[in-house]
Design a protein around this ligand. Sequence first.
Ligand code: 4AD
Ligand code: MG
Length: 434
Amino acid sequence: MTPSISQLSTLVGETITLQGWAYNFRSSGKIFFLQFRDGSGRVQVVYSAGDLPAEQWDALKSLTLESSVTVTGLVKAEPRAPSGFEIQGTAFAIIALAPEDYPIANKEHGPDFLFDNRDLYLRSATPWATLRIRDQVFFSIEQFFHEAGFIRFDTPILQPTSCEDTTQLFSVDYYGNPMYLSQSGQLYSEAGIMSFGKVYDFGPVFRAEKSKTRHHLSELWMMDAEMAFHDQVDNMAVQERMVKRIVGDVLKFCAPELKILERDTTLLQKLVDEPFVHLKHAEAKAILIADGIADVDPLDDMGTEEEIYLGNKYQLPIFIEDYPAAVKAFYMKRYVDEAGVLRARNADLIAPEEGREIIGGSQREESYDALKKEIVDRGYPLAEYDWYLNTRKYGAVQHSGFGIGLERTVRWITGNHHIRETIAFPRMLNRSTP
Ligand code: 4AD
Ligand code: MG
């Protein structure tokens, strides 16, 4: 196998050849400092004019930013270097010389410029580190579920009905009839557990939300998990184990990436070791009111500032439980509380450090009659939900599930300000290219 920068610790003292790109360089007289990346990492290659044939030194002198190159040299430990290593160059060749107008220079660019050039911006250090952590989060979730006895059960992206909120649907023309892009695979996963017991899906979902915030995408990746014979308490326990596993893995396997992102990991470490906080929705609203937060409505959803405030107050992930049923989706199991408020047996998991809601989950209404009535009361087309109601008609069981937003989670763990940084090519209210 050809060596890579990620393996340099095992290659000290050896002369190796690597292929990659020149992301920066400078020269001082007869020394040339090449900042080189190969996809797996970054390292400095130092060339001395005397060590190279004249034509290779000339090639170095003609180098442009982001040209592809082949480097050969001796691997040395270098504690002062960010990578911990340096290569003493002994040979150099250009694979493809880039034109001199590479648009992303080593200076501050605004986000609009960077995302207009996202295809190139992806090569920069912070997107590289962020998207590698995304890959780890994805992998940890897959591993967690397989180890816990779930099977991956992929749900359709083209759906005839709405799962969450009918006002947020993107519609497409499906052979002359309307279909909608999935908001969540949940309803199909509920059918899946009647065969497999515990399933999860992982794929793109779409929200035609007119929200222009740093927490919202129009196309995002969601993992929906669904479990037969689980109540809401069991559901939250699975979520807590999963989040601890994700964060624990990122701390263990992504230290170089977290360092590039200058992420302070104190609170991430804390949540791996400590139990998450549980607050009833009514309790959370009472705390917000007592703490003097403006415009708190005790019967409404949690607002952005409210979620951020609670995250800062507790410095741990918080399950906010039992929202008023009126602000939540039709499939949630309900009960009437002591104050007479109809509530859902649900929880949103709020991440600290401005992470906001990363998970939405609930116990599901298993009564055929109650669920049918809710569908009718909401004015949804009953015939389209026939197949879904079969999950309650033939062998209904107590069951629960949840959905975690991949980009919300990655934004929180990486400490990026804006969610657009956490997906390769973001789709948002005001961005659909490149
Ligand atoms: O809370 P949501 O809407 O829940 C569902 O869709 C359920 N059907 C999931 C389930 O029970 N299987 O979405 C789940 C998560 C949110 O907590 C959030 O992390 C993310 O998906 N999410 C978004 N992320 C970015 N941009 C958006 N517009 C998002 N909408 C939801
Ligand atoms: Mg939600």
